[in-house]
Design a protein around this ligand. Structure first.
Ligand SMILES: NC(=O)c1ccc[n+]([C@@H]2O[C@H](COP(=O)([O-])OP(=O)(O)OC[C@H]3O[C@@H](n4cnc5c(N)ncnc54)[C@H](OP(=O)(O)O)[C@@H]3O)[C@@H](O)[C@H]2O)c1
Length: 264
């Protein structure tokens, strides 16, 4: 990346836990400077303290749905570091319900956090980005295919793919790329409560051909690859990071012993 002086700069939304925290740490380890955005200040303070030996971290305590949040975050990157090389739209809200039971508040909340805010952050980041920069959106395999209780979450994550492709088409000629990383299930605060539930394991682990669960580091490594020189011809793509869950008809042999339920 050659986008100004000093080491490159990544802006990560939702950097206070789970996947966003891992992404911030990965970029820091690779020498990037970090702008971390989330609502829980103590987590961001801790992130900055833990990374102090290896890089500079600035943080913004903000709700990403605030109309001024993207401007404040990009402004912080420019004031503190003088450049912005990568935006990672990671903040997301997992609200699960059958589409028919999705109320208006849920529709607004999920679209605001997981689609409208990423669009605004991307739009704002463009103003600061130079050729070589990129936008990486954290989608979901639930944006690639429907799932029970997917409700508005599937719609928001699918919308994120369309958004990313539009940015890729529009700004590729300026040397700015846009891609989506779409994780399967990864153990974080968002999924912790469901992780050990047999139904969750059946619909996720038992349908995943690869021999282990995905981790936050798997996501962070893929995001970093896309942002780096090694990924610099990848534009407008969605990379499913799910051990083969979304592209196979795999069912674990152990799961096949159950009796078939024939609808009456
Ligand atoms: N875990 C999975 O299995 C999985 C699978 C596919 C996709 N994803 C996606 O991965 C992303 C990260 O999720 P995660 O699993 O790491 O969950 P997580 O640990 O719950 O983290 C969610 C992050 O988003 C931030 N956030 C949520 N709403 C926000 C708001 N209104 N304003 C600012 N920040 C907000 C949270 O920060 P604060 O609460 O501090 O604001 C937190 O840092 C999400 O987009 C999610 O949809 C996760």
């Amino acid at each position: 990346m050659s986008n100004g002086s000093g080491n490159p700069v990544v802006l990560v939304t939702g950097a206070s836990s789970g996947i966003g925290d891992a992404i911030a740490r990965k970029f820091a380890k690779m020498g990037w400077r970090v702008v971390a955005v989330a609502r829980r200040e103590q987590r961001l303070v801790q992130l900055r303290q833990e990374l102090a030996d290896i890089t500079e971290v600035e943080y913004l305590v903000a709700d990403v749905t605030g109309k001024d949040a993207p401007g404040r975050a990009v402004d912080l990157a420019l004031r503190a570091f003088g450049r912005l090389d990568c935006l990672v739209n990671n903040a997301g809200a997992g609200k699960w319900a059958p589409p028919g039971e999705t109320d208006d508040d849920m529709i607004d909340e999920v679209l605001d956090v997981s689609l409208k805010a990423p669009f605004r952050f991307a739009r704002e980041s463009l103003k600061a980005m130079k050729p070589g920069a990129s936008i990486i959106n954290i989608g979901s395999v639930f944006g690639l295919l429907g799932g029970l209780d997917g409700g508005i979450y599937c719609a928001a994550k699918a919308g994120m793919i369309g958004m990313s492709q539009a940015f890729a088409a529009q700004y590729g000629a300026k040397g700015i790329r846009s891609n989506v990383v779409a994780p399967g299930v990864v153990k974080t605060e968002m999924t912790a409560a469901a992780w050990d539930h047999p139904g969750f394991q059946r619909t996720n682990q038992e349908l995943t051909p690869f021999n282990r669960d995905g981790t936050v580091d798997d996501v962070a490594n893929t995001v970093y690859f896309l942002a780096s020189e090694e990924g610099s011809y990848i534009n407008g793509q969605t990379i499913a990071l799910d051990g083969g869950w979304s592209t196979t008809k795999y069912v674990a042999p152990e799961a096949l012993i159950c009796e078939r339920i024939v609808p009456e």
